[in-house]
Design a protein around this ligand. Structure first.
Ligand code: IPT
Length: 480
């Protein structure tokens, strides 16, 4: 009999999201042509003229980076809609793109489907062009936009709600109203009801969504990062909402939190979310990208990497190369799981039933088959034994999260010169944990001790890998 689940559990869309691990977010609007980050909604639609636009060039570059999905910003803060919406004239049909007959959302969708990766949509709540913004009418318009987007572009894996959505401290737009209460203005329960109805398979991204904002734009979850989270409204607000949720605890989440709300770690490939020529030589390197990957995907979250086409409508060659190099690095790294050639022994197997709960489940690539212990065994250990010495620097652990997030602490020992020597420890495991060692370790025996867990163990994966090279330390060293 299977162990009882622990705490709150992921939904089916959550499970599919966790399995993706990495996807991209594309920003491309008239703001690109104005060389800005947050557009004011004052650009003439005529400037949106990406003569060489090719969605497949962009999508395939992301795919080469190992990214499993693409989210398109269908409307950013400037309010320009990349699809021929009925809700406003400020849309692609007024631009020279495809002679006013274009639908860029459709082109991205088709490119993603052709590449075999998933598709998602971002539609900015904040709208610095719409003259009704700030009034109740605008919320109806916004909901209409969501309905169009969620009805005409197939199955989405995510619907993305930005917390940068007006309110105090945001200024400068021509119709900007500053006095909305962002926690109530958008009527999120009703608005998100549209996502639930029309896209039941999608997770909602938001500060307090199905997947939470990690609380920074460096792409880093905290060293201890729980998939569960109890969002709290910012001071003075009654309800948590996008932009009005305390973000200090988001990198870490909440142990035994009320909801399964794992971290989405967003960070742009360049300095900003939009393309600027001046950033052509500030594209993140493989060492920076892998650092980010280790601290996002490696901490049980997903990596959402911002990519930004240039005014031709293509990804710059430096970005294409960075993505390809990163993808190749990941492929090489994960090609050889050394755990598969080890004899793995557990100090305990649930009910002695190694068929159902044995250690072979740890190396079968199935995230939901698992090694389990008896109910009263919360501090078991695993040993991996190789015929010959092996060299590695990454240890991967995964829990069967269908049974909740259980483990709170593990320690890892290597057998060196006839003794066990502790080489690493980690806290939260969840969907995926990468323990990345500073230096390569060479040994023929590895031991993983589970030191803290409130309940018995349900571990689905052990991986042991060697990074293809010792990458130079990345320039970015922030860990918050
Ligand atoms: C920040 C928002 O406040 C947050 O809610 C989330 O949407 C995040 O963006 C996404 O990156 S605003 C940003 C300038 C930190």
């Amino acid at each position: 009999n299977a162990p009882a689940p622990y705490g709150v559990l992921p939904t089916e869309p959550h499970l599919q999201w966790h399995e993706m691990e990495q996807y991209v977010l594309v920003h491309f609007t008239p703001t690109t042509f104005q060389n800005k980050e947050w557009g004011y909604g004052d650009a003439d639609p005529k400037i949106f003229n990406p003569a060489k636009f090719d969605a497949s060039q962009i999508v395939n570059a992301a795919k080469a980076g190992g990214f499993k999905g693409v989210i398109l910003v269908a409307k950013h803060h400037d309010g320009f809609c990349l699809w021929p919406t009925k809700t406003t004239d400020y849309n692609i049909s007024k631009s020279p793109f495809r002679n006013g007959k274009g639908d860029m959302v459709k082109e991205f969708e088709v490119a993603a489907r052709n590449a075999g990766i998933k598709f998602g949509l971002y539609c900015s709540p904040w709208d610095r062009n719409n003259e009704n913004y700030g009034k109740p009418q605008y919320v109806d318009i916004y909901r209409e936009q969501l309905k169009e987007l969620y009805s005409n572009y197939g199955k989405l894996f995510i619907t993305w709600f930005d917390g940068a959505n007006g309110g105090d401290g945001y200024y400068g737009g021509k119709n900007e109203k500053r006095n909305i209460d962002r926690s109530t203005y958008y009527g999120w329960d009703t608005t998100w009801g549209i996502s639930r109805n029309l896209q039941p398979g999608a997770v909602i991204f938001a500060d307090n969504g199905d997947v939470r904002w990690v609380g920074n734009e460096h792409g880093f979850a905290a060293e201890t990062s729980w998939a569960t989270f109890t969002p709290e409204p910012t001071d003075g607000k009654k309800v948590a909402a996008p932009g009005e949720t305390k973000s200090e605890k988001a990198p870490e989440g909440t142990r035994n939190g009320k909801y399964w709300k794992p971290a989405e770690c967003d960070v742009p490939l360049r300095n900003g979310w939009f393309y600027h020529t001046t950033d052509d030589n500030h594209v993140k390197s493989v060492s920076e990208l892998f650092e980010i990957y280790s601290k996002s995907v490696g901490r049980g979250g997903c990596l959402d990497l911002g990519i930004s086409p240039d005014t031709d409508g293509l990804l710059h060659q430096n970005d294409v190369k960075a993505l390809k190099d990163f993808g190749d690095y990941l492929k090489q790294l994960f090609a050889n799981n050394l755990a598969k050639s080890a004899v793995i022994k557990a100090s305990d197997v649930r009910g002695g039933d190694s068929k159902s709960f044995g250690t072979k489940n740890l190396v079968d690539e199935d995230r939901y088959s698992y090694w389990a212990t008896n109910d009263d065994v919360k501090k078991p250990s695993l040993t991996l034994d190789w015929k010959n010495e092996q060299t590695f620097n990454i240890i991967r652990l995964r829990e069967n999260i269908k049974l909740g997030q259980r483990i709170e602490k593990v320690e890892v020992d290597a057998f060196v010169n006839g003794n066990w020597k502790k080489i690493a420890e980690a806290t939260s495991i969840g969907a995926n944990r990468l323990i990345r060692l500073q230096n390569y370790v060479t040994t023929s025996k590895l031991r993983i001790r589970i030191e803290e867990s409130p309940v018995c163990i349900a571990l689905s994966d052990v991986g042991v890998f060697k990074e293809p090279e010792q990458l130079p330390l990345p320039k970015i060293k922030r860990d918050k």
